[in-house]
Design a protein around this ligand. Structure first.
Ligand code: G
Ligand code: G
Ligand code: MN
Ligand code: NA
Length: 250
């Protein structure tokens, strides 16, 4: 398809960039890390949404190259930041099933000098679906390398609980669909509370995504979820703004 050709060209032409969205400690409001989010600015069409190009990259297999670029770029960007600040990178299931994936992560860390403990890989439930034995082996190797693992979009897939039993993720990301309805839908309140206390019992950190209002932040914290991400704190920003955001909290 034309868009695949355009994307392959765009990757070489440097049209992709990363935006960074702060992740905060809800009690202190301090930034503890950033999630890297891919952005594509086409010279004529302008900004293309990742909601469009990520699925196409996944269907066409280009996600492997795009994902490798994202990983290397994010590690290189984050290496000079304050050493207490983590960087979270989204990884698609196809990347996990590439033979080279572990080597790619190791190289991205070595080439950038980023300590492994500052890299978090965000995995969705759908990535766990296929071939979960292989997947577990890869997750365990990453863990052995010192990389952190987060379960993204928690609650939107089929068997989040099953996967938590098989592999102890370091962090659960409570999906924004639950956070959006906090305070208006009883079910959402109950779900956020249940996931946060599951995290407490399992010793797994939880972070709530898509926090847009102070009320949502208060409800999330009251539910015992200690971390948050969303427009209330900051939209995703260009890499050049990260040092300013960090300097502002010193
Ligand atoms: O900002 P937002 O519109 O950035 O992202 C939309 C969707 O695209 C989200 O589901 C997000 O996880 C996904 N996404 C953004 N960047 C990447 C990336 O680098 N790799 C993968 N696999 N998904 C990404
Ligand atoms: O699937 P993943 O969680 O990786 O995607 C993060 C997505 O959520 C990105 O598209 C990002 O731009 C978006 N996002 C981040 N904060 C907010 C928010 O407060 N509200 C909404 N509606 N979207 C958000
Ligand atoms: Mn994510
Ligand atoms: Na998510």
């Amino acid at each position: 398809r034309l868009i695949e050709v355009a994307m392959r060209r765009a990757l070489f032409a440097g049209e992709f960039a990363l935006a960074y969205q702060p992740q905060v400690d809800l009690r202190s409001r301090r930034i503890i890390g950033f999630e890297a989010l891919a952005r594509w600015t086409h010279p004529e069409r302008g900004v293309v949404s990742p909601e469009i190009f990520i699925p196409i990259a996944e269907e066409s297999g280009l996600i492997v190259e795009l994902g490798e670029w994202v990983l290397r770029r994010a590690c290189a960007d984050a290496a000079p930041w304050d050493p207490a600040i983590t960087v979270a990178v989204n990884v698609s299931s196809q990347q996990f099933h590439e033979e080279r994936f572990l080597a790619t992560v190791r190289e991205a860390l070595e080439d950038s000098g980023l300590p492994p403990g500052r890299l978090e890989l965000e995995v969705t439930e759908s990535a766990m679906l296929h071939d979960s034995e292989k997947m577990l082996a890869v997750l365990n190797s990453l863990r052995a390398m010192g990389v952190r693992l987060s379960m993204d979009d928690f609650g939107t897939g089929y068997c989040a609980l099953n996967y938590l039993q098989k592999f102890p993720f370091d962090k659960i990301k409570i999906d924004q669909s639950f956070v959006r309805n906090l305070g208006s839908k009883e079910e959402s309140d109950a779900i956020v509370r249940a996931v946060a206390s599951l995290g407490v019992s399992l010793g797994i950190k939880t972070i709530a995504e898509g926090i847009e209002t102070q009320d949502q932040a208060d409800l999330v914290l009251d539910a015992a979820c200690g971390e948050g991400q969303g427009y209330l704190f900051s939209r995703p920003v260009p890499v050049g703004m990260v040092p300013e955001l960090l300097a502002a909290q010193r």
